[in-house]
Design a protein around this ligand. Structure first.
Ligand code: ADP
Ligand code: UDP
Length: 237
């Protein structure tokens, strides 16, 4: 497999073509952004930590029968993935209240959300990722109704697997965002699962162990990402 030209450079990762038309290389960079790209900083080792973390989670999901674009890790900061036609929506499941849901509905941070709730957001930084519903997705052609149902179903299945995984390691999976795409007609989980796109709290102290450390300037961002991984049994060396 040969890495070819860069196709796209996002806020945290770059996408490269390969000599195989069905495969891309995802490169995880050290860039860290918040507030729709308004604040960007480089955090040493972030690319490596998130790439290794994501590979571990994608393998766990695969073992649980949840298919993703992930093919394998190529280096500290690169992974090989199946080329997806991305669906431009973000799927969010919440087990505990934090972030935008607290502001939107006046809910106190930390309140248990039972049953866990699901939200779609349009992936569009200029519009600040507005919340959308199934009807918007179907009417504007972002995905067809069968794929909309699949995205919900798979996102909840991921919750079943990962909530348990984090809990066993003494952590609470507060919420997370997933992205999906189409590969040869089939919907697959895409993008990444890392502390950049979810909220994780220590079960006892409720210490924030995710990107809120960056958003809220709490310090020790990557050290804490590593701590999350190490508690799950990941080695970053
Ligand atoms: P953003 O675009 O939100 O700034 P990133 O910096 O993470 O995000 O860039 C990665 C981009 O690659 C995202 O737009 C994501 O939707 C896209 N992507 C993720 N996985 C795949 C894939 N398998 N095939 C094609 N594009 C992908
Ligand atoms: N999230 C993300 N990318 C986004 C928006 C949200 O990865 O563009 C994640 C975020 O890290 C959190 C979850 O989705 O784990 C819910 O985010 P929320 O709606 O609370 O938005 P926030 O206030 O974090 O912007």
């Amino acid at each position: 497999m040969e890495k070819r030209e860069e196709l796209y450079s996002g806020k945290a990762k770059s996408v490269y073509k390969t000599d195989d038309p069905d495969l891309y290389v995802l490169q995880f960079r050290d860039d860290t952004s918040a507030f729709d790209g308004l604040r960007v900083e480089q955090l040493e080792d972030k690319g490596k930590v998130n790439n290794i973390f994501n590979a571990f989670i994608m393998e766990k999901l695969d073992q649980a029968g949840i298919k993703s674009h992930f093919v394998g890790r190529l280096s500290d900061t690169e992974s090989l993935v199946k080329k997806l036609d991305m669906i431009p929506v973000e799927c969010v499941v919440r087990n505990l209240a934090a972030g935008s849901i607290c502001k939107r509905f006046g809910i106190k941070e930390g309140m248990e959300i039972n049953p866990p709730t699901f939200e779609f957001f349009l992936k569009n930084d200029e519009l600040h990722d507005p919340m959308i519903n199934d009807y918007h997705i179907a009417s504007f052609g972002w995905a067809d109704p069968a794929h909309i149902e699949k995205m919900k179903e798979i996102t909840f299945r991921v919750n079943g697997v990962l909530k348990e995984l984090f809990l066993k390691a003494g952590m609470l999976l507060v919420d997370y965002k997933l992205e999906f795409g189409i590969y040869k007609g089939e919907i697959l989980l895409g993008d990444e699962f890392s502390p950049d796109g979810c909220r994780i709290w220590d079960k006892e102290t409720r210490k924030k162990m995710d990107k809120d450390r960056f958003r809220q300037e709490l310090g020790s961002v990557i050290e804490t990402y590593k701590e999350v991984g190490e508690r799950l049994g990941i080695s970053f060396s």
